[in-house]
Design a protein around this ligand. Sequence first.
Ligand SMILES: Cc1ncc(COP(=O)(O)O)c(C=O)c1O
Length: 403
Amino acid sequence: MKSYKKDFPIFTNHPELAYLDSAATSQKPQQVLDAIMDYYKNYNANAKRGIYPIAEKTTLKVEEVREKIKNFINAKYSEEIIFTHGTTEGVNTIMNTFGDGYVTDEDDVVTTIMEHHSNFVPWQFLAGSRFAHFYAIDITDEGYINEKELLEGIKYAKILAITYVSNMLGTINNLKEIIAKVKKKNPTIKVFVDAAQAAPHIKIDVQDIDCDFLAFSGHKMLASTGIGILYGKKELLKTTAPFLFGGEMIKKVSVIETTFADLPHRFEAGTLDIAGIVSLGAAIDYIYSIGFEKIREHERELIAYCLAQMEKISAIKIYGPKKIKDRCSVISFTIDNIHAHDVAQILGDNNICVRAGHHCTMPLHERLGIAASTRVSFQIYNDEKDVDTFIEGLKKVKKIFKK
Ligand SMILES: Cc1ncc(COP(=O)(O)O)c(C=O)c1O
């Protein structure tokens, strides 16, 4: 298995780290760090404002990255790409704008039980404030969306909010098929896709899956924190009022009235996270330099290897699909009678970085009948040695607890 660790300075500085928490946030390759430094050292200026050379360079860079992201997710128009601060802001933007105008007290708002709170709580709040019905579609015992229930549940729904990849189960939802079936049954439904855990690992094609909105975060895909992307179909966004009001999102302001800028700037009030945008452009270049096919193959090998080792250890329960091809990047598990936090603490003491708790999926944990789980998650920089270290750590945990 090829090692990509040398591209990530944190592993040169801390070779002892087995970093298995990339679903929370990823490490950054040197070329992303270089791009951020280059921006601050050589052309730091605000975007869309100044007309001197470095300001023009910054503005051009921002638009160049927008174009890159358009291609990255195969959007039709670059105006459909809005810079946000992360997935959470993307969901809240659409909930507060399009959603607020689209949902009435006669409608349903539907999500799934496997959603991250970011793609659950905003829709629950919207439904509550519009006196609409709110449903969360169940999963099957194998960890997939219950499609039968979904197709019955979306009959009167105006919005379906669904994740591409579950951050707890690791399930890759077959969105192309699911959205086609949903829209056949209910042609007016609008589908919001949470792609936070998909964007780092899977080639996204918004036209192919035919979603209406989609959001993801840069920090989970090798870029810096504070930058995110919201995609929305142009025909929907162009008639949607903005959410944040302020500088650079207007056409004309007078005491009598204000008119708003065209897409996408109407949804980008205030100064953008320019360093974040630059970092996202560099992260995409890095991802392309490896290629999604190789990324998926590398991660599939790691998941298969890790699952095989874990299955040899008694008293461990692993959640999510059994089929490796349906899994992406994360493995959540519990160990009989040992709390997830104790597992993570002991692993952490041995420089094995994992996450413990409900991973912002409390309804899913409740559905699974557990309060917490421990999660390992992979990125391109992980290798078999990280898995071996993790497995040794698990054996240590069991020894300490005499299990
Ligand atoms: C599936 C999923 N959706 C949304 C989010 C929220 O992302 P952010 O905190 O970057 O807004 C996360 C973060 O863990 C996630 O895993």
